[in-house]
Design a protein around this ligand. Structure first.
Ligand code: ZN
Length: 447
């Protein structure tokens, strides 16, 4: 169209609110008059959208025996995407467990080299730095956390970029944000690994309640110790146990499944019951807990009663199979009790979980496929919790990694509008619902 438009009327009263419409009459010399109404708030929003750009995030994690680095890309209003992630893990197979001093030395040896190579591979330089540096600040062993935190501070200073000291468990909780259909608050998570086993009810990024916790070992720790008792070797014994059980032929598993171990009156003289009392409907224990020590004790008792030396192959396979099955049944059983207690359909339920529509399974043990199968049978639909969508993050995001630290850091940065000061210390014990209660958060004007 080649016609010229002429503005014939425009009014704008500057003393009114910014949502006052701006009306323009336009007259076309050849056709009809048109009227356009534009709200100032719309213009402002559009300008803000235009000025907000995507940004890159470098994330570091060193809270245990993994030195991890990741690069994420975040576009406005979109789910973060992973550009790359790398990690090196201390091999503790010979030591029979992680020795803190060995892990500390491992980070000192490998972390800087890992990050240096990673930056070179992604052309991250002082002239092309990422926009945000995230790092695990706690909870965990101070010496191990310091390895990543000191490096993160150095990079943030060198690149003059904001730093976020991230809560490790928040990383596990929020890593499922990488899914396109991410969980929404309020949601439940089972965090199940070598260091923690808990059912968490999250109402917002700062409101988390541990509804069920372990009263002794973490599930992953117990699985590792049981695997060692059964003579398995490797760096990740829980995974070795899953692989070992996977080698048992299906017919044999079916046979094992029928063997009752509530008493010792079976071919293997092996006793293993689900720990803790199973509550009847409407009679909930005051505190719902997990317990994982009995699995280890049951194997030790069996070995003490039998001849010295390793168990025979058939017994070994049976015990490995039963330990894994009963442990996961115990997890599901306790979660079902919590659902009954905090749903809203049963007479004595308190309705705490009302509105929960998402259930996230995260942590190293959560990578176990048999556990995932069993959790698919949760009683959610029957106990007055809205029908769940189960979220199983990719297996590589279930173990400790820097991607989850980047994801949580982005949510802290964008949702809470804070960053960490450069004088923050690593935190050994840091309850998840006290995210902002620790020192070192400063208001960020970057967003
Ligand atoms: Zn972890």
């Amino acid at each position: 169209m080649t016609g010229t438009f002429e503005r014939t009327l425009c009014y704008w009263n500057d003393s009114t609110t910014i949502t006052q419409p701006w009306e323009i009459f336009l007259t076309c010399h050849w056709c009809v008059q048109a009227r356009i109404t534009i709200h100032i708030s719309m213009i402002r929003r559009a300008m803000a959208q235009g000025s907000r750009r995507g940004y890159r995030v470098l994330a570091l994690e060193s809270s245990c025996d993994d030195s991890c680095v990741a690069l994420l890309d975040k576009q406005p209003g979109q789910t973060p995407t992973v550009v790359d992630h790398q990690k090196v893990t201390l091999n503790s197979a010979k030591d029979g467990g992680i020795i803190p001093t060995a892990a500390h030395e491992f980070h000192q040896l490998h972390f800087a080299v890992l990050v240096n190579n990673f930056c070179k591979q992604h052309n991250i330089t002082p002239l092309n730095p990422p926009d945000l540096v995230c790092c695990t600040r706690g909870p965990g062993m101070v010496g191990l956390l310091s390895a990543g935190l000191q490096m993160a501070k150095g990079l943030a200073i060198a690149w003059n970029k904001p730093l976020i000291g991230v809560h490790h468990m928040l990383g596990h909780l929020l890593v499922s944000r990488l899914e396109s259909n991410a969980p929404r608050y309020p949601f439940l998570s089972l965090l199940c690994s070598g260091g923690h086993t808990m059912l968490v009810h999250s109402r917002s990024i700062t409101e988390h309640e541990v509804v069920v916790n372990t009263n002794d070992l973490a599930a992953g720790d117990s699985l590792d110790k049981c695997a060692r008792e059964l003579g398995l070797v490797g760096n990740m014994l829980g995974k070795e146990m899953e692989a070992y059980v996977g080698t048992i032929p299906d017919e044999l598993k079916e046979e094992f499944a029928k063997v009752n171990t509530t008493t010792r009156d079976n071919e293997f003289l092996f006793q293993l019951k689900k720990p803790l009392r199973t509550a009847k409907v409407g009679k909930y224990p005051e505190t719902v807990e997990f317990s994982f020590t009995p699995f280890l004790s049951s194997i030790k008792q069996l070995k003490q009663r039998g001849p010295l030396g390793p168990l025979g192959l058939r017994t070994n396979q049976f015990v490995a199979y039963k330990v894994q099955e009963v442990m996961f049944d115990h997890l599901v059983d306790r979660i079902n009790i919590a659902l009954r207690k905090h749903g809203h359909r049963y007479e004595f339920a308190d309705g705490k979980f009302a509105g929960v529509k998402d259930f996230v399974l995260s942590g190293g043990v959560a990578a176990n496929k048999r556990l995932r199968q069993k959790l698919a049978d949760l009683e959610a639909n029957n106990v007055g919790v809205d029908s769940f969508k189960l979220h199983f993050p990719l297996l590589e995001w279930c173990t400790d990694n820097a991607v989850m630290i980047g994801v949580a850091g982005i949510e802290i940065y964008e949702t809470l509008g804070v960053r960490s000061s450069l004088d923050i210390l690593p935190i050994r014990k840091w309850p998840m619902n006290e995210l902002l209660e620790v020192s070192g958060w400063v208001k960020s004007n970057d967003m």
